[in-house]
Design a protein around this ligand. Structure first.
Ligand code: F6R
Length: 591
């Protein structure tokens, strides 16, 4: 959701460095991109283009300078074109912005009435015009005065022709400051930092930071100096590229087994298990919340808590939860699930519940993210950098973390053993996945794809549908199989495919009924099952993928991987870019 980067280098080509950073950050938005460089004569040179980062290449020739800022955009205000691309410039300033300025209309009216001419349709342009208007010779004072007028969320990188460094500002949008041998960097996300960075500082909301090639100085909104702790960065946190894989999505699906192992290991090494156990055992109720795939992980985990542990668990979409009058007591345990830890809907929802007295746990893949500052306890998902916009390995990592948390009501070591024993199943599925291609061909040839299941399979079906629609753009829906006859069956015809998940043998007969109902209406059917007898029975009437055997409760850890592969292969067959689905971006930091 817009990525910003800035570098102040001791020597070298800042434009090239920012360009590489934008390539690494592109998963945060790919509607347009741009950069500004302060050259060695103190001039600011800006190159910006609609479309992908690669469109900047041609404009970079001959630009030199050691200080630069860059931006990759996910459009909120104004269509994605050259003019609306960042950086925005006014006078001697250039600014990149991630976030939303909620009062930009009032500010724009005020600036226009004092003669300011705007060139873009963006909310962000008011920022640079305000800073330029406030400038009386001191950059820091001008920035502080301008940001006091802003309402909304903003991570800013600011260049000034009169100043040899960069000014960064953080308020409710993520930004980190990285230090390394070659200089100092600011960046929206740790994984996109350059590989020379070996430590980071995390600005707090309201911080204004002066960045030079040697240091970073932190100030609060009133320009009082503040200290921010420097923490090491480990190689595994950085985006290591996609290696020999054609896409990050495929690479990341193949990293699932490692995610399961690492998340299990970290649970016992990094989590305050004693306190977490008290939270879980003392809970009158568990509320799991998140958005998109993270919410869908909650749907699966509700089964772990309710069916296995007898704890009442409800799952809420974070953007709805924030405004819902949900009942909270001091014993209510809220579990916020978020890969990025920066999703504004989730962060705001759990902050509100915390204020009302709930205990909050964060399950996240990003250790220093906003959600970790709200939560009383953090359970890390150890999926490593996830670059593909569609969540894959992080979803399975979230399920692992949630399974272990639920396991604290009983024998958590047994729960860990069960998870680790699944790793063989996941790797044998990935070693023999030719069925994914066959089912993907059917998906690609269909006007709509329905994913159906009962019990825990239904929860997986909802995620399977999200994954397919976001990377292939085929209409899709996830349904409880029993609901089919109450409405959706009207949509079934020879152009639709229904993918039925059958991993719970107690509900297998009922799901087989759904298969018959669809076939009688000439609908195409594919079945994914871990049950050998079901596979045998249905293989004459449907495309059946028999996945490795496992219990119903643990089947999502395997069946979801199969469904991710089908979504991936469908996208590739249709010529989509699975890593960068249209209109989407990773890390949705606006509400
Ligand atoms: C789907 C997907 C999104 C995210 C959602 C929440 O593949 O990636 O639906 O799951 O935007 O993001 P996080 O988990 O970062 O809070």
């Amino acid at each position: 959701m817009c990525g910003i980067i800035g570098v102040a280098l001791k020597s070298g080509n800042a434009a090239r460095e920012v360009y590489s950073g934008l390539e690494r950050l592109e998963y945060r938005g790919y509607d347009s991109a741009g950069l500004s460089v302060r050259d060695n004569d103190g001039r600011i040179i800006t190159v910006k283009r609609g479309g992908r980062v690669a469109n900047l290449q041609a404009g970079l020739y001959g630009i030199t300078g050691c200080v630069a800022i860059g931006h990759t955009r996910w459009a909120t205000h104004g269509e994605p074109n050259d003019v609306n691309a960042h950086p925005h410039t006014a006078g001697i300033f250039s600014v990149v912005h991630n976030g939303i300025i909620e009062n930009f209309r009032e500010l724009k009216d005020e600036l226009q009435s004092s003669g300011e001419k705007f060139v873009s349709e963006t909310d962000s342009e008011v920022i640079v015009r305000l800073i330029n208007r406030e400038y009386k010779g001191d950059v820091l004072t001008a920035v502080a005065a301008a940001v006091k007028k802003l309402k909304g969320s903003y991570a800013l990188g600011i260049l000034c022709a009169d100043f040899k460094g960069i000014i960064a500002v953080k308020y409710k949008s993520p930004v980190v400051v990285g230090f390394g041998t070659d200089g100092v960097t600011l960046c929206s996300d740790i994984p996109a930092l350059p590989d020379y960075v070996n430590s980071v500082c995390l600005p707090e909301d309201g911080d204004i930071v002066i960045i030079t090639d040697k240091s970073a100085s932190f100030y609060d909104k009133d320009l009082q100096p503040v200290n921010r702790v420097r923490r090491p960065v480990f190689a595994g946190q950085l985006n290591a590229g996609r290696g020999d894989y054609p896409h990050f999505m495929l690479k990341e699906i193949y990293e699932t087994e490692q995610t399961v192992r690492d998340t299990c290991e970290s649970f016992f090494r990094n989590v305050d298990v004693k306190r977490l156990t008290e939270y879980v055992r003392g809970a009158d109720r568990v509320i799991i919340t998140g958005c998109g795939t993270a919410y869908n992980a909650g749907l699966v985990a509700a089964r772990f808590f309710t069916d296995r542990c007898g704890v009442f668990c409800q799952v809420e979409i974070a953007s709805e939860l924030r405004y819902s009058p949900v009942h909270i007591t001091s014993a209510t345990l809220v579990i916020a699930v978020s890969q990025s830890g920066e999703t504004a809907d989730t962060v705001e929802a759990v902050s509100a519940l915390k204020e009302r007295g709930a205990r909050v746990i964060a399950v996240t893949n990003c250790g220093f993210s906003a959600i970790t500052r709200v939560a009383g306890l953090v359970v890390p998902v150890c999926a490593g950098a996830e670059v593909c916009v569609a969540a894959t390995k992080s979803y399975i990592g979230q399920l692992v973390a949630l399974y272990l948390i639920a396991g604290l009501t009983g024998d958590v070591f047994k729960a860990r053993g069960e998870l680790l024993s699944l790793c063989n199943g996941i790797s044998s599925l990935l070693n023999d996945c030719s069925k994914a291609g066959l089912i993907a061909e059917k998906c690609a040839a269909s006007s709509a794809v329905f994913f159906l299941g009962r019990g825990i399979d239904y929860a997986v079906a909802v995620e399977a549908s999200l994954k397919l629609k976001e990377v292939s753009y085929i209409f899709s829906d996830g349904y409880p199989a029993g609901e089919l006859k109450h409405g959706t069956l009207a949509l079934v015809d020879e152009n639709t495919l229904s993918v039925i998940l059958i991993c719970d043998k107690t509900l297998a007969d009922k799901c087989e009924n759904a298969v018959s109902q669809i076939i009688s209406r000439k609908g195409k059917v594919a079945v994914i099952t871990c049950l050998a007898d079901v596979a045998e029975k249905l293989s004459g009437s449907a495309e059946v993928w028999k996945i490795p055997a496992c219990s119903a409760e643990l089947s999502p850890f395997v069946s979801a991987v199969a469904l991710q592969l089908i979504a991936y292969k469908t996208a590739v067959l249709l010529g989509r870019d699975p890593d960068k689905p249209r209109n989407l971006a990773k890390s949705v930091t606006v509400e």
